[in-house]
Design a protein around this ligand. Structure first.
Ligand code: PHE
Length: 344
């Protein structure tokens, strides 16, 4: 026997092993068992000249590990069927940020560029921050607006019960405290909120973003300018904002905020037909207003010196109104269906 012959015997045995379809355990015996084909071949090393034996030993060692791989793969195949090791592997899917994380990043960037500081406050918070400091004393009927989840837990002697935050407005007085009642304040607070609600446009857990600006001489024009800035940056250059009178306990005056519909440019009509996306030319997105003096006082700020505005609305709703999205059931966003999420 020569090295050349050994090499071709190895090749031949490898091919046989690759195409052998017997079940894994049996196959292992046949090739790597004590009296298996490999050992039979290895014995031939004795026929070689001492010089060639070293080289042959290396070839055989290498072949043995190849055989082990081949056999391991046959074991993995169902009922020992033949596995083609040369087939390229399956690439794992490449993921991306969840659409709501993308929206939060975009919203933060839009406000950070005009000097707002991104903050985040507790999502389980004391009644004081969620309601009472916002000019809603215990038993005030305005609290009914928020379908609140209360937490079974300790009651704080001054701050009251624990609740799952129903809005990000709990960040208002917390931010005033963080800055020791010293304006200027330009805060953007984005966090999870919870309400007892569930339908195509509501989920029990959702996100809100809350803007708060407090300084000397802040007025409604500053609020309107900020809303217009956001509308243009988030939805596109032609988008306008509109404010309508409303009521919140923690702002005076209070407004509801609408953005013009990008499909019909705020006209409510597409050709001769009504715009099907908005019906009236505008989409309502959330609330806003001038910070109520009692809220400034609760945060240690003197309302005779300072004024401020605040706004707050849902990330999911704001995002689903973007023109290329048209998400008609908000619950899909949290359904974890890869086929849905892959689109964003
Ligand atoms: N917190 C209000 C809501 O959840 C929205 C709001 C925020 C209104 C700030 C006015 C000022 O409905």
């Amino acid at each position: 026997m020569t090295i050349k012959q050994l090499q071709s015997a190895i090749q031949e045995l490898k091919q046989t092993a690759l195409s052998d379809a017997t079940p894994g355990a049996q196959k292992h015996q046949t090739y790597l068992g004590k009296k298996g084909k490999f050992n039979l071949l290895a014995k031939k090393i004795l026929d070689l000249s001492p010089v060639d034996r070293k080289k042959a030993g290396q070839l055989l060692n290498h072949f043995k590990s190849e055989l082990e791989t081949i056999l391991a793969h046959s074991d993995a195949g169902e009922s020992g069927e033949w596995v083609d090791l040369s087939i390229p592997g399956k690439k794992p899917d490449v993921g991306h940020l969840h659409p709501i994380s993308q929206a939060i990043a975009q919203i933060s960037r839009i406000f950070e560029r005009i000097g707002f500081t991104r903050v985040r406050y507790p999502e389980v918070d004391w009644d004081w921050y969620v309601f009472e400091s916002l000019n809603m004393p215990p038993d005030h009927p305005a609290r009914d607006e928020w379908e609140t989840f209360f937490v079974d837990g300790p009651t704080h002697p001054d701050l009251g019960k624990l609740v799952l935050t129903t809005h990000t407005s709990n960040g208002q007085v917390r931010e005033m405290e963080r800055l020791h009642g010293q304006p200027p304040i330009r805060m953007i607070n984005i966090a999870r909120c919870y309400r007892r609600q569930q339908d195509a446009t509501h989920t029990q857990m959702f996100h809100q973003f809350e803007g708060l600006v407090v300084d000397k001489g802040i007025n409604i024009q500053h609020l309107k300018g900020t809303l217009d800035h956001f509308a243009r940056e988030f939805y596109g250059p032609g988008t306008k904002s509109r404010i309508r009178p409303f009521h919140f306990q923690f702002t005076e005056p209070s407004f509801e905020v609408d953005f013009s519909c990008h499909i019909c440019q705020g006209t409510g009509r597409v050709g001769k037909n009504k715009c099907r996306f908005c019906k009236s030319g505008w989409h309502e997105v959330g609330g806003a207003g001038m910070v109520h003096p009692n809220v400034l006082k609760a945060g240690g700020i003197d309302p005779s010196q300072y004024t401020g505005f605040a706004f707050g609305w849902g990330v999911e709703r704001t995002y689903s109104l973007k023109d290329h999205l048209n998400i008609d059931d908000i619950r899909l966003i949290y359904s974890n269906q890869a086929s849905f999420l892959r689109q964003f």
